[in-house]
Ligand binder design. Structure first.
Ligand SMILES: NC(=O)c1ccc[n+]([C@@H]2O[C@H](COP(=O)([O-])OP(=O)(O)OC[C@H]3O[C@@H](n4cnc5c(N)ncnc54)[C@H](O)[C@@H]3O)[C@@H](O)[C@H]2O)c1
Length: 336
């Protein structure tokens, strides 16, 4: 029987790769885990022992030449996402890169252009939009009963105390953390075309960003970030002309519509429905990792282009860049 499974290789076997993504791959039967590569040989070898990769390498160019996989999953420093992503797309492979796609806006654009020129898939690991709770929020907000979406909001707190990858605190936080809620807002509300923001940042002590957004659809949004936080905390909300819904902490959503779902015994009662994960969730660190890689495997196998691609990531970065520019210079920034 011909092989119908997707032959996939990993480039980068560090923390996130082995905590979240390689365990997810072993839960997806459509993948055939062909080989793993890391600059550190022991890490790549460990992938064969723990997650069933057939072979291991320390040089991804050699691995790609020898194995001719259908797809690669790249999980390294952002420079590697851009460099190996462009290389593999040019070789005709389908690519999944972790976030951020690059350290710079120009680099994210380069990856997007390589995706478009290759005709291949290039997904980016903005997994919030693949979380069951955010998928449910999107499905609900598109129902007729929800009406026209006219307001969105996202609040995200994360522990980062300094700029990731040697970048400034603000830009490092944007690339490492804020890309998630921004991509999720784009998923729910479409492209953002204007931003105005205020912020404070002091390494090791505090980071806060408060931004007002205008979407191409005409909706408005608010975007709040906090760094140096003792907890990860998230809230994403959507308001439509017929209802309101809000996801919290990656697993719970509340919905209230203008029409109740039961004959009220107390006419003043707010009738709220709750969506929540069962106690038997699929179990790889956070929700969204298995789901995003399932979308990748299915897209490679079917040839359908997925959302959460290099173009979505480029526009998320463009909006975050506009927010940083607005904080520095003041005033509203247009995002073309
Ligand atoms: N989506 C999420 O929720 C999430 C969570 C954590 C991390 N991440 C992202 O995952 C990425 C990796 O983070 P991490 O914490 O695992 O980092 P890490 O430093 O633990 O792992 C990176 C690995 O890449 C390897 N590497 C570097 N250059 C290489 C090359 N040329 N060829 C092969 N291997 C190479 C390193 O040896 C290292 O093992 C980051 O971009 C981070 O933003 C995403």
């Amino acid at each position: 029987m011909a092989e119908t499974r997707v032959r996939v290789c990993f480039i980068g076997c560090g923390h996130h790769s082995t905590e979240s993504l390689q365990p997810a791959v072993s839960l997806i039967p459509l993948f055939n885990y062909t080989a793993a590569c890391d600059l550190v040989g022991e890490k790549a070898m460990e992938a064969t022992r723990r997650f069933g990769a057939r072979k291991w390498y320390t040089d991804y160019v050699e691995m790609v030449d020898e194995e001719s996989p259908d797809a690669v999953i790249i999980v390294g420093p952002p420079q590697l996402h851009e460099e190996a992503g462009v290389y593999c797309l040019k070789k005709g492979l389908h690519v999944f890169v972790e976030k951020p796609p690059s350290l710079t806006l120009d680099g994210a654009k380069r990856l997007m252009e390589a995706m478009k020129a290759s005709g291949r898939i290039c997904m980016v690991g903005t997994h919030w939009r693949h979380m069951p709770v955010h998928r449910a929020l999107k499905t609900l907000s598109e129902k007729e009963v929800f009406g026209e979406v006219f307001r969105l909001e996202a609040t995200y707190l994360a522990p980062d105390t300094r700029g990731a990858w040697g970048l400034s605190f603000e830009w490092g936080f944007m690339l490492n953390q804020a890309i998630h809620p921004m991509d999720c807002l784009q998923f729910l509300g479409g492209r953002v075309i204007e931003a105005e923001a205020w912020g404070v940042a002091e390494e090791g002590r505090k980071l806060a960003v408060s931004a007002s957004l205008r979407f191409a659809s005409g909706a408005v949004g608010s975007f709040t970030l906090g760094g140096c936080s003792p907890v990860f905390y998230e809230r994403v909300g959507v308001q439509g002309t017929g209802g309101w819904a809000e996801a919290e902490q990656f697993k719970r959503m509340r919905y209230a519509g203008k029409k109740g779902w039961i004959e009220p015994t107390d006419p003043s009662a707010v009738q709220t429905l709750v969506f929540e994960h069962g106690s038997h969730y699929r179990g790889v660190s956070r929700p969204g990792y298995v789901e995003e890689l399932e979308v990748f495997a299915q897209s490679v196998a079917s040839g359908d282009h997925p959302h959460a691609d290099a173009e979505d990531a480029y526009y998320a970065l463009k909006t975050l860049d506009a927010i940083v520019e607005s904080i520095r210079k003041g005033g509203r920034i247009r995002i073309d």
